[in-house]
Design a protein around this ligand. Structure first.
Ligand code: ADP
Ligand code: MG
Length: 680
């Protein structure tokens, strides 16, 4: 099989240079590529009907004898058209062919054919336009349909694929070792390739698909594991003692067991071996990830190292700084903040102390990455809300120490199997439990007609001393046509909330302005904060109880869930009101899904199903190779099998002298070549 990738597509009979260019447009350059170009769908010709039973509006397959032969002629538009008629004992069907000047030599009167196509009604007569056809008795029951480009129809591709499959050697070396095939009930490669193109039944298709999906996912998983094996570095940071018990005494509450597990995972990573920790801690909004970070920083600091914590926004960095300073300074730890909006003088003081080792924990934004930030002894890098940072930024921060440990925290719940894919280079801990007494956020989906009642509800909450958020999708309406935050705030100040204070927050404001507004909100001097999604990430104001989201259909489910996580953080009952006039079934389904559960992982699953992984992660951005047949959201079961198979074969796979894995290694290399990752 592997050698067929070296045979150019032109070597197939009937493919010249010109046609080869068309195949190239489909990403097909070699005979191997053509064989691996799987059908995108199938036509099922096995369900043959008579003319009478064939339903108008349906795609059907009719067996009938031609009684009026087609006679091609040029019509006004310049096109060539030919009409014919075929019948059986139950009736007749009109056949219309466009742009086929040889049709009269292909369809002969008196002969029986199968005609496949959509049946339409032409003034009371059953009609098929450009049906596919085959002489009766020679039929293939299921036809492959390929993606096509102008000048290269699925029929033509089908013929070429037939020839290509004949070039497969009698026995091909299967990339999957026999024991794995038996254990996971996987058919052989040759059978799969024949059946994916020319199956005789839907069971054939299923078995072939399963085999090819399994293989592709196995290749992907093994590739990710190889990258991980390559990226494991020895660290010179020495963490010997575990100070978690001491840390726990500083807390005003008891850690949840999920938090404790995540902390223990991290401490074990740092103390038990000489490799640097590379861990992702995933937890729903409000699950208490900050405390895991604090515990890790604490143990590092007590072992004599420094810790750095990077947050994606100034607001969040400040909030982390304040809570960590409050928590840790009583035990003699110096915590400092570094953000872009500080004055040069303020920054200089922090940097000097940092380099002198007088600051043990530095919290900040992207500014932590700048060249002039020098640590005396950086032991651990913690990044919060990982999806906002690129891998490169992470690497730059890591380079400020001698291979320090890395802890990445993410609040985007991703189904675990997928997380293993996306973060293949990281170990993962999941915090799957919320601190006790946490209120579920009650969620409602309303439309404009009861907006006034919703405003009344906000007023009632404010009267009781609480605060509210209103989120709009746009800063201004110039591009989007949606009402912008400024305008919206102006409007409700004048017309609705005349006795309350309304603040505005959006990403186009200067950092200092944002901070000022946020501080007023934290201190309770603003009742209603009208904002864009800048408040999506991490902000913690326990006194706020209502989150109202305008044009909710504009947001992804996971994003709405993140927004909702800004309320319900204190002891008060909290609510989320999704406002949308959307009536589309899909949009309504999404918003209702959010009303029915508070479980971020369930929502992520739902989001994934509805939008697909591409949208969900921007998967290309994450450097995952493009898949031909597997779908990360749909084939979760096969993915699980592939993962356990990968686990089994990895030691033998990595042993370069083991020739059983030669073919599989070539496939892994080929898949990852496309994303520019060199594997050996
Ligand atoms: P997130 O995982 O969203 O970052 P935070 O770390 O901001 O969550 O925690 C949310 C809130 O829960 C904070 O106010 C924090 O002090 C509180 N908290 C964290 N852990 C616990 C716990 N074990 N028991 C009670 N409250 C906790
Ligand atoms: Mg957080």
């Amino acid at each position: 099989m592997a050698s067929l990738y070296e045979i150019p597509i032109e070597r197939i009979n009937g493919i010249g240079e010109k046609r080869a260019r068309l195949y190239n447009k489909l990403g097909i350059y070699s005979v191997g590529d053509l064989i691996r170009n799987y059908p995108r769908a199938y036509e099922d010709w096995s369900n043959v009907t008579d003319v009478f039973s064939a339903q108008v509006g349906q795609t059907c397959c009719i067996r009938a004898t031609v009684d009026v032969a087609p006679a091609p002629h040029v019509i006004i538009s310049g096109k060539i058209m030919a009409s014919a008629r075929a019948s059986d004992e139950t009736g007749f069907v009109k056949l219309v062919f466009f742009n086929n000047r040889y049709i009269d030599s292909l369809i002969k009167p008196g002969c029986e054919y199968l005609f496949y196509g959509k049946l339409t009604d032409s003034s009371g007569i059953k009609e098929m336009v450009n049906p596919s056809f085959q002489p009766s008795g020679e039929e293939i029951p299921i036809h492959p349909i390929y993606s096509q480009v102008a000048g290269l129809s699925t029929k033509v591709i089908e013929t070429a694929v037939k020839k290509a499959l004949k070039m497969l050697p009698e026995k091909i070396k299967d990339p999957l070792p026999e024991n794995i095939r038996t254990e996971f009930d996987i058919i052989g490669l040759k059978e799969a390739l024949m059946n994916i193109h020319f199956p005789s039944s839907s069971e054939d298709i299923e078995a072939a698909r399963r085999r090819l999906i399994f293989e592709e996912l196995l290749v992907l998983v093994i590739g990710m594991k190889s990258i991980k094996a390559m990226s494991e570095t020895q660290t010179s940071v020495r963490i010997n003692g575990d100070y978690t018990d001491e840390f726990v005494k500083l807390l005003p509450f008891k850690l949840t067991s999920a938090q404790r597990r995540a902390i223990d995972d991290c401490i074990a990573d740092m103390t038990k071996n000489s490799k640097a920790m590379n861990r992702l801690v995933q937890g729903d909004v409000g699950s208490g990830k900050t405390m895991v970070a604090a515990a890790v920083a604490y143990t590092c600091i007590k072992n004599g190292s420094q810790a750095a914590m990077m947050a994606p926004t100034e607001i969040l960095a400040r909030q982390h700084f304040e809570s960590l300073d409050r928590l840790l300074s009583p035990s003699g730890i110096t915590v400092a903040l570094l953000t872009g909006s500080m004055t040069a003088k303020q920054k200089r003081i922090v940097l000097e102390k940092l380099e002198a080792g007088e600051i043990q924990l530095l919290v900040g934004t992207h500014s932590l990455i700048s060249d002039n930030v020098v640590f005396s002894d950086l032991g651990v890098v913690i990044t919060d809300e990982q999806h906002r940072f690129g891998v490169r930024q992470r690497a730059t921060l890591l380079a400020k120490g001698a291979d320090p440990h890395l802890l990445v925290m993410s609040a985007t719940p991703i189904p675990r199997t997928l997380a293993l894919m996306i973060y293949g280079d990281l170990d993962i801990s999941v915090i799957d439990e919320l601190p006790p007494g946490r209120q579920e956020v009650e969620t409602f989906f309303i439309n404009d007609s009861i907006r006034q009642r919703a405003y009344g509800f906000l007023k009632k909450n404010i009267k009781e001393g609480r605060q509210c958020y209103i989120v709009c999708p746009a800063v201004d309406n110039t591009e989007s046509g949606l009402i912008g935050v400024e305008e919206y705030a102006e409007d409700i100040r004048k017309n609705v909330f005349t006795e309350q204070t309304v603040g505005v927050l959006h990403g186009k404001m200067k950092p200092a302005e944002k901070d000022a507004v946020m501080n007023e909100f934290i201190e309770g001097r603003i009742d209603i904060l009208v904002s864009t999604t800048v408040i999506e990430v991490g902000v913690d104001v326990p006194n706020s109880t209502v989150m109202m989201i305008e044009n909710a259909e504009r947001f992804g489910l996971s994003q709405l869930h993140q927004l909702r996580g800004r309320v319900g953080r204190g002891q008060y009952r909290s609510y989320c009101i999704l406002v949308s006039n959307a009536t589309g079934a899909e949009a309504v389904k999404r918003l209702k899904a959010l009303c029915s559960t508070n479980d971020g992982f369930k929502i992520a699953d739902e989001d994934l199903k509805l939008r697909g992984p591409g949208d969900f992660f921007g998967s290309r951005q994450h450097g995952l190779p493009e898949l031909k047949i597997a779908d990360l959201a749909e084939n979760v079961d096969v993915l699980r099998d592939a993962q356990s198979a990968a686990q089994q074969v990895m030691p033998e796979y990595l042993d370069q002298t083991n020739s059983d894995y030669r073919v599989l290694r070539a496939e892994v290399r080929q898949l990852f070549d496309d994303v520019g990752t060199q594997l050996n």
